[in-house]
Each structure stands twice: as C-alpha cells, then as structure tokens.
Design a protein around this ligand. Sequence first.
Ligand code: GUN
Length: 319
Amino acid sequence: MTLGLSDQPAHADVIRSSEHGGRIIDGKIASLQVLEEVAERAKALVARGTTPGLAVVLVGENPASQVYVGAKGKAAKSCGFHSVQHDLEATTTEAELLKLIAELNADPQIHGILVQLPLPDGIDSTKVLEAVSPSKDVDGFHPVNVGLLGVGDVTRALVPCTPAGSLVLIEKTAAALGVKLDGMEAVVVGRSNIVGKPMVQLLLSKNMTVTIAHSRTKDLKATVQKADFVVAAVGRPEMIKGEWIKPGAIVIDVGINRVPGEGLNAAGKPKTKLVGDVDYAGCAVNAAAITPVPGGVGPMTIAMLMANTLRAAERAAAQ
Ligand code: GUN
C-alpha cells in the first residue's frame, strides 16, 4: 500500500447496508483499523528507543480550530505518541511563530509539526508552511512534499491527510466489493491544493483514469456520470445530485458544510446540521457504496495524520 501502512485486514467490516438500498462506507471503523495499526507500530518503535512525537501549533482562539487541535492531541496520545500543543496568542507575530517552528524543526523528540490553519491576518501562511522541515511536514503542505507527490513518488512524499484517508476508504471499499482500481474512471470534483489536486495524484498512482472537475466545469453532470469512482471536494452543500451517479459507482464525499436544520435547539436558536458536497439520500440509490457526512472521510483525516507522524518517526529512527 502506498501510504506506508501494510494492507489493512477486515475490509468487509468497513461496508454496511444503508436504509437507501446501497452500502455505507464506515469511516469510523476504517479509521480505527488505521489507528490500531499505527499504535502497534508505534509500540515497536518505542521498544527500539524512539517515541513518535507530534507538535500541534494553534495561533489565536478559533473555536473550530480548538476542537480539531484537541482531537489531534487526543488521537496522538491514544497511539502512544509524545504529544505537545503550543497555544499562541492571536497577537503572535510571524517572526515569533517562525522562531517556534525553527525550534520544533531542531527538536529530536518531535517528528511531526502541524500548524493549524487558518492563521490570523498578518501572518503569511505560505511562509509559515514552507518553514516546516519537509521531513516533519505531516500535513504534506510543503512544496517539497507537494512536488514528490506530483512526480508520483508516493513512497517518499508525506501526503495530505484528507486525500490520503479518502484513498484508504477507496481501497478498502474496492477490496470489499471485489472491484479493481486499475484503469477505472475516477472523477475528482474540486481542485484545491489540500484535497483535489493531491487526490488526483494518488488516484493516478493507482493507475486510474482521472478527470479533475470543479465548480466551473461546463457539464458537471455528464462528467460525473462517467465515473466509476467519484470524489467530491468542492465545498458546496449537496451539489452532486443522485441522477449524476452511474449505477454501481463508489462515492467519496469530502465536504463538510454546516446548513440550516429543522426546528430550534435547547437554547432556542435555529438548529443547524452537517451535510456533504453530495446529496446523500439521492446518490445512495445508484451508488454501490457511499461515505456519510459525518462519519465518512472526517475520521480518516486524523487517523492519517497519525500515520504520517509514525512514518516520519520511523524514517528519523532509520537514519
Ligand atoms: N485546518 C483545517 N483542516 C486543516 C488541516 O488538515 N491541516 C491544518 N494544518 N489546518 C487545518
């Protein structure tokens, strides 16, 4: 497998029946399988004298970022990692942040560095992400890692966690359903640097025939209709409609959009709910298997961050 993890057992466990007639791809179960293997391999590494170390840096008080960062630290501890969190004031200067990154780059106990985005105005995110040592860049955002993935060197590249997790779901689902990836038609909807573009490279590395589409694609429906595998990462709630899905296709929904729900919550405020970029109920009818939102790609992102940290630590230990 390309991500440095050996083939996961129990692919069939990841798929279950849906009330819509198709099958659901359970990202929670898949993520637990990845985390279990990461924890096992971390234990072996600790026994050889290296404890994987992850440093997460949070600047400011964005509530969503605080939740994400907390979940990352918790997962790191559950894998037996050395986990540190640096909470910096919203008024932190770019120079101060760059100084901390330089310290973490030089710290032999730290193998993975993640600077949570978005950063406050006045800090140049590109400059910050490029300051992280490529060997510790567990987000896979540094141009060196982007370039390695671009030339197809998926063994050396640290790959962004969300597309990496989406690929694991695709591989597990294909294995469970007895489908091959080689030569199949994949359509990625969305061209972001964090998901769409790296996803294309990963699918190409599996010898798939890949089309990248986006919100400006002329005939998005016709483009999606030819896909055996659809990855939706366009950031528009329920944009991909049921009739766009070829019968038997596998659908991976990367979107997480908060939209108005029904009724009022306990505090008397209008309820909200999370939906993906895919009209789940509509698409589940034609799809052979589909990821739900939440509970699909989301849990895989953190699991792959742990897998990347483990890989970085294993490489450091081998030097
Ligand atoms: N903010 C939201 N998602 C991410 C991510 O995957 N990595 C980082 N560094 N920040 C984020």
